[in-house]
Design a protein around this ligand. Structure first.
Ligand code: MN
Length: 234
C-alpha cells in the first residue's frame, strides 16, 4: 500500500510508522554500530497520549531526557571499543564498560523501546503472545497485575519489563536506573517485549507522587502491535 493511501485510511498522521520503527521494534537491537545510533523521531505527537501522558511531560521527556542520553552515549563511546559494537553486543558485555556507557546507552535504547510500545490507537495481544502470557501467568489479568506490581515496587528510578526467553516463555522483571534485560549485569535476561519507564520524570508533572495511578493508566496507551512483533521476532 502506498504511504499516501495508508495515511488516508487511518485518517491521521500520528500513527504513521516512521522509518526507524522497522529497525528497532522488530528485533530489539540494531545491526548497526553503536556509534551510528540515530536519535529517532517520536512516533506520535506530544499530546497524542493524553490524558494518560500529558503533552508537556512527553515533550520534556523526549527532547530533554532522551536526547541527553543519546548525546551522552555517543560521547561516552567515541573512540572506544564500544563504538564499533552493535547495541545488542554492547549490552551483552556491558559490565566491561564504564558507567556512563551503561547508563546513557541504556537510557538511549530503553526510551526508544518505550516510545514504540506506546500508541493512542487501541490494539490487542496476538493469539500467540496471549497464549504465552496465559501459560506463564495464568491469565492476562494476572500478567497485568504482576507487571504493574513490578512497576510500582521498583525502588527509586527504573523500569518494569515483560521479557521473552528464546523458547517463548515470558516473564516480568524490573531494573534499576537505565539497565535493561539485554544487559549482562541483569539477573533475568531476555528479549524486551514491553516496558514502562517509572523514573519520576516520566510522570511527576501530571501525577506527582502517584506512580500507581500512572502505572494503572499505562494500559490505555500500550501499543500491542509492537509487543506482538517483538515476540514474533525474539
Ligand atoms: Mn525516561
Amino acid at each position: 500500500m502506498k504511504r499516501r493511501n495508508f495515511l488516508t485510511l487511518v485518517g491521521t498522521s500520528i500513527v504513521a510508522a516512521p522509518v526507524w520503527a522497522s529497525v528497532y521494534s522488530n528485533n530489539n537491537a540494531t545491526g548497526q554500530k553503536a556509534i551510528d545510533s540515530i536519535f529517532p523521531e517520536l512516533p506520535f505527537a506530544y499530546n497524542a497520549l493524553e490524558p494518560t501522558i500529558d503533552a508537556k511531560t512527553m515533550e520534556i521527556h523526549y527532547t530533554k531526557h532522551h536526547k541527553a542520553y543519546h548525546t551522552n552515549f555517543l560521547a561516552a563511546i567515541k573512540d572506544t571499543p564500544a563504538a564499533n559494537l552493535e547495541l545488542k553486543e554492547l549490552f551483552a558485555g556491558i559490565s566491561k564498560f564504564p558507567a556512563p556507557v551503561r547508563n546513557n546507552g541504556g537510557g538511549y535504547y530503553n526510551h526508544m523501546l518505550f516510545w514504540e510500545n506506546l500508541s493512542p490507537v487501541k490494539s490487542a495481544p496476538s493469539v500467540t503472545l496471549n497464549a504465552a502470557i496465559e501459560k506463564s501467568f495464568g491469565s492476562m489479568d494476572k500478567f497485568k497485575e504482576e507487571f504493574a506490581n513490578a512497576a510500582k515496587k521498583q525502588f527509586g528510578s527504573g523500569w518494569a519489563w515483560l521479557v521473552a526467553r528464546p523458547d517463548g516463555q515470558v516473564f516480568v522483571s524490573s531494573t534499576p536506573n537505565q539497565d535493561n534485560p539485554l544487559m549482562d549485569v541483569v539477573e533475568k535476561k531476555g528479549t524486551p517485549l514491553l516496558c514502562i519507564d517509572v523514573w519520576e520524570h516520566a510522570y511527576y508533572l501530571h501525577y506527582q507522587n502517584r506512580r500507581a495511578e500512572y502505572v494503572d493508566n499505562f494500559w490505555n496507551v500500550v501499543n500491542w502491535e509492537t509487543v506482538n512483533k517483538r515476540f514474533d521476532s525474539r
